[in-house]
Design a protein around this ligand. Structure first.
Ligand code: HEM
Length: 442
């Protein structure tokens, strides 16, 4: 019943708003001469109808072909500008970067870049990353010749990798349901953030929280934050009860607590930053690995070439190390191609477009300077985890190909039939999670 009342309230408010804003849009239209071109907006709803079908990144690419590389969209009363060419991206993120970076600014990027992913920080956590990737390989080894859900196992392995790099603890057992629980919490939350929110479209309604958005988010955040708060609390106590440096873990959390104890950071910010790094770091790496594996399984000749490269470079070396992945240019190219075909955050899709080139010949760099391929975002908003992701994604993939031969699950499914339909939830994920059979070779 509450839901019905809420819906009526929503419609009634929107109806009144329609009248008021129809009038204001009429007057405002006279000043819109300097706005970029875009599909014709309807009063109040703007271009929402243009975006209602299919995947957002495909729809935006289609609209950009009609309206040009710098396109204006009205999302309710909010104006958005969509950039979809290399030249426009270059201009936006060089000439206007400061202003763009200021949108919804979160403090995590700078702290993460300056304390977690310094060359020294990255080098000193290499052992931890290698250990966690080997645990993941062991997980698959125990299940050799059986069907496994690749993304699920990789996600829990990566959760532990990220949690160990930042705060030296495992948050889940690899492949266990607890990983699904944590992921579900985060997924629900991010899905909520990605859901069209009336208040974003009509900012003057924000204080009413008509969809219960804030209440729902608060409940979820509380659960996730209580897990992270527990980790922070435990560490603070550990540091407090010991004067020696022995208890120091020399991880990111130590650096955050140091900032906190010198008054440079508030306690709440510590948990928020951990939350940012956990949620953005784990998902993106795991989803990228899953897409790369799916594309390799769909393209047996590319898989064979990637495996031949590993064999050629590593020979009979039993245990692969992280820097080895740096000597595998073809494998690195496979990763970039997977990111181009299936951009994890789809708003950073490669400007060159999908299917523009043949598979297996990627030529882009991923540093966000060339603006044709910006999976990590460009300019000031560029992902601070880039240097870790560039090490870890190819390393996981190389480790999985080095240790196993992979077969598609389900005997009657041919390679080309593997379903790579995309689904946009928290990110651009596989609609049908990848299942495959690892056959141990080392
Ligand atoms: C394949 C892997 C990854 C991809 C494709 C990716 C992509 C991105 C993108 C596009 C953004 C910018 C979003 C925006 O414009 O607001 C971003 C931000 C961010 N990423 Fe990544 N990322 C990856 C891995 C990681 C890792 C491994 C970490 C940390 C462990 C990380 C931490 C962050 C954080 C903290 C931000 C927010 C920065 C801020 O708001 O200032 N990412 N990432």
């Amino acid at each position: 019943m509450d839901r019905v009342v809420e819906l009526w309230m929503l419609w009634a408010t929107l109806a009144v708003a329609l009248i008021i804003y129809y009038l204001s849009i009429l007057t405002r239209d006279s000043c819109s001469a300097r706005q970029p071109p875009g599909p014709h907006p309807f009063p109040l709803i703007g271009n929402l109808l243009d975006l209602r079908q299919g995947h957002l990144h495909h729809t935006l690419a289609r609209l950009a072909r009609i309206h040009g590389p710098v396109m204006r969209l009205k999302l309710g009363l909010t104006t958005a500008v969509v950039i979809s060419s290399r030249a426009a991206a270059r201009e936006a993120f060089t000439r206007h970067d400061r202003r763009l970076a200021a949108r919804a600014f979160r403090p995590s990027g700078g702290v993460v870049a300056s304390h977690l992913f310094t060359p020294h920080g990255l080098a000193s956590a290499r052992g931890v990353r290698e250990h966690k990737v080997r645990e993941l390989v062991s997980y698959f080894r125990e299940r050799a010749r059986r069907e496994v859900e690749v993304g699920h196992a990789v996600y829990s392995g990566v959760l532990n990798l990220v949690s160990n790099v930042i705060c030296s603890v495992d948050v889940v057992d690899v492949g266990a349901d607890s990983a699904t629980g944590l992921r579900k919490l985060v997924e629900d939350l991010v899905e909520l953030i990605a859901t069209p929110n009336v208040s974003d479209l009509y900012p003057f309604l924000r204080s009413l929280d008509l969809q219960g958005w804030r209440r729902f988010a608060a409940k979820h955040l509380e659960k996730i934050f209580s897990i992270l708060d527990g980790i922070v609390h435990h560490r603070v106590e550990e540091v407090r009860s010991s004067s020696s440096k022995e208890t120091q873990n020399n991880d990111f959390l130590d650096a955050l607590i140091e900032l906190m104890s010198t008054g440079k950071m508030a306690r709440d910010n510590v948990t928020s930053i951990l939350f940012d790094v956990f949620t953005t770091g784990s998902d993106t790496i795991a989803i990228t690995v899953e897409w790369a594996m799916a594309e390799l399984l769909r393209n047996p000749s590319i898989m064979a070439k990637a495996r031949a490269e590993i064999k050629g470079v590593l020979g009979d070396k039993e245990t692969i190390e992280e820097p080895d992945a740096g000597s595998l240019p073809y494998l690195q190219a496979v990763v970039k191609e997977a990111m181009r075909l299936h951009p994890v955050p789809p708003n950073h899709v490669a400007a060159q477009g999908r299917g523009g080139r043949r598979r297996g010949q990627p030529k882009w760099t991923s540093e966000g300077r060339h603006f044709e391929f910006i999976p990590f975002g460009p300019g000031r908003r560029m992902c601070p985890g880039l240097s870790m992701a560039e090490r870890v994604v190819p390393f996981i993939l190389a480790s999985l190909l080095h240790a196993f031969e992979w077969r598609s699950a389900g005997r009657r499914v041919s390679a080309e039939q593997l379903d790579v339909t995309e689904k946009f939830t928290t990110a651009n994920v596989m609609a049908v999670p990848l299942r495959a059979v690892p056959v141990a070779i080392t």
